[in-house]
Design a protein around this ligand. Sequence first.
Ligand code: GDP
Length: 388
Amino acid sequence: MMISLPTRFEAYGAVKIFELSRVLELDSLGMSSKPSGTHTLDYETMEEYAASTAIVVPVKDEELITLEGVLRAIPHASPIVLVSASQVSPVDVYSREVELARTLHSVTGREILVIHQRDPAWAEVLAGTPLEDMLSGGAVRSGKGEGMILGVLAAAGIGARYVGFIDSDNYVPGAANEYSKIYYAGFSLSESPYTMVRIVWHYKGKLASSDMYLRKRGRVSMHTNSVINYALSRIRRVETDIVRTANSGEHAMSIDLALRMRWAGGFAVEPYQIVQLLEDCFLGLEGGSCRLLPEGVNILQIEARNPHIHAERGDEHIAGMLAESLGTVYHSRLGSDEEVRERILGLLKDYSYEGEPPKPRVYSLEGIDPDKTLSTLLAESQMAHYFK
Ligand code: GDP
């Protein structure tokens, strides 16, 4: 794979946000020279990074064939962690996912860990730990962010150095394959131990019953990006449009960063990553709340070549997701500016959402022992399966 080197970055305290870089070649097989201004990942280096990157796939009642396409697209060397919140009754969707993983493993030999978010074993595993807050009614709360946190713990527990996320509602297996390679490329490029790689879609579309339309940006991310950029512009008094990936479900980071960050529940999870890094390591730098010093964090934003084609959801889903996303800014120090809050409320009104957006539920992974968490889960659970 060959990507363009980002030409500039903006530094906000200890947070460096790089301008967009692009995939120049999906596959650089046969390339001997490395053109300047580019970063090429040869097969050997790619394999090294692949082997140390676990790919977490959150899933909740998606079509099995779509999930299968994603799982088959992830390079063999990367262990997969499938975190499911799918139903077990009346139809046992989860057991089909387990069967799919078992088959994949038995045919290809690839490593795959399957865990369920509502597994009662979590109650025992998380009781008395800082993540006890995630429990509700004897199991982990529903929500995408909560699922991703379990994915991070599992990835760290199996010894990965990096963790990447790929949504399971992706109809183009080639895109999932490309995202994985972009993560490896980003990690090999960055010098900080605290690195995050976020994908920008070239085009995005949804499969609806009507004709497909390829959008340049998602409806939610367009607004979240603009609000974060607006808040940053107001703070610095210099206009910026640097943030392009606020809602990027497709993103990856070093485990060192993942374990030091706080995480938000539900659909607030992705924008909250950026918001809290800016809160702690830019606005809160003086107060000593940044745990990523002295190295600081690098946020790379890389545009994939494949279109991002995913399932169509209704307007209500969009409004709820937008509210959860903008709630991260509204209730943060970035949102202490009246103008920013007014803008958020105005945007939500356009989506018929009245009132203040919800405050994100926030979890800290500090003090958690991922090895112990995973081994206790595997020992106690009737639902978790580790095919390796
Ligand atoms: P969108 O694609 O951004 O509109 O959001 P989706 O609702 O499709 O969710 C993105 C991904 O997260 C999909 O792969 C879903 O199957 C998955 N997902 C959504 N909610 C949950 C959840 O509560 N737990 C888990 N584990 N996965 C979820």
